[in-house]
Design a protein around this ligand. Structure first.
Ligand code: IPE
Ligand code: IPE
Ligand code: MG
Ligand code: MG
Ligand code: MG
Length: 295
């Protein structure tokens, strides 16, 4: 497991300076929005999605992961924007994120809304500025990330998530669909997006999708478990948020023990999907590590 953490750390050391460079601080009249976006973007987070993006890109292209860095950073910007908005009082109303006050607490609500919007727009600007890789693959990958982030993906899932508050009789299928969109979609953006940018064939794209789907569901179930039994200091976000908002979660529906079994089962499912690739030790160990994560 140490090697997973080492490789994740290697990816993080590539991603962190690139994020800072791609979203620099500016000394201008609207400096505050740069500060707010950078506040949430830098120095925190597991950087899971950029690592997955670069790993799948490298597996399919056999090229250096740095070639996919603009896209990996763009995806992390989209993820960060989703977290800023997710914490707003009109959504989950959480005051703590990545070990610090949430964006709207450190700044203010209007600035947090705009910082999220700014990160989203900058992400697409950065993807469209990619001028080294084949244009067709760049376009396809950017369109795919757009779809995964929007109404057919993460935003769609967030809408269902909010609609399910105070709905304890929600059925398992609806809950699965919600998670498949709100969390699964950005993991698909990472795994399948990396393949598309590399020009991978359909068989590999489908295998990446199967891995992302299983890891994504396991990841959100683990997130729901940690919201109940996790440690706020380790997590960097307040526990008990789901119960406070009367959310329907996997834990509220199945209980902790059954959820733990589901995480294990989905992780094995994810590992099987890796058969379509070679050199998958990192992706296998990452799935195993995520299944027992405490943050
Ligand atoms: C949090 O994602 C939101 C969910 C989809 C559960 P992460 O757990 O990847 O958050 P960071 O980026 O590490 O802060
Ligand atoms: C996933 O769900 C959030 C996003 C899609 C942004 P949660 O609301 O459970 O995520 P956390 O627990 O606040 O990180
Ligand atoms: Mg939420
Ligand atoms: Mg939340
Ligand atoms: Mg949560």
């Amino acid at each position: 497991m140490n090697t997973v953490k080492e490789k994740l750390h290697t990816y993080t050391t590539i991603v962190e300076p690139a994020l800072s460079q791609l979203f620099p601080a500016e000394n201008c009249r609207q400096a505050r929005i740069f500060d707010a976006a950078r506040y949430s973007l830098l120095d925190g987070g597991k950087r899971l999605r950029p690592a997955l993006f670069m790993e799948f890109y490298t597996l399919c292209s056999h090229a250096a992961p740095e070639q996919a860095l603009r896209f990996a950073c763009a995806l992390e910007m989209i993820h960060t924007y989703s977290l800023i908005h997710d914490d707003l009082p009109c959504m989950d109303d959480d005051d703590f994120r990545r070990g610090r006050p949430s964006n709207h607490k450190a700044f203010d609500e209007a600035t947090a809304v705009l910082a999220g919007d700014a990160l989203l727009n900058r992400a697409f600007e950065i993807m469209m500025q990619e001028d080294v890789l084949p244009p067709q693959q760049v376009l396809q990958a950017a369109a795919y990330l757009g779809r995964c982030s929007g109404v057919y993906g993460m935003i769609g899932g967030q809408v269902i998530d909010l609609a399910l508050e105070q709905q304890p009789d929600t059925d398992a299928e609806t809950l699965r669909r919600m998670v498949d969109l709100k969390t699964g979609a950005l993991l698909r953006a990472a795994c399948v997006g990396g393949c598309i940018l590399a020009g991978a064939d359909v068989r590999q794209q489908e295998a990446a999708e199967a891995y992302a789907d299983a890891v994504g569901l396991a990841f959100q179930i683990q997130d729901d478990i940690l919201d109940v039994v996790g440690d706020t200091a380790l997590l960097g976000k307040q526990t008990g948020s789901d119960a406070n908002n009367q959310k329907t979660t996997f834990v509220s529906l199945y209980g902790i023990e059954e959820c733990r079994q589901m995480v294990q089962q989905l992780t094995q499912q994810a590992i099987v999907a890796l058969d379509a690739f070679e050199n998958t030790d990192f992706l296998r160990d990452l799935a195993l590590w995520l299944a027992q994560r405490d943050h």
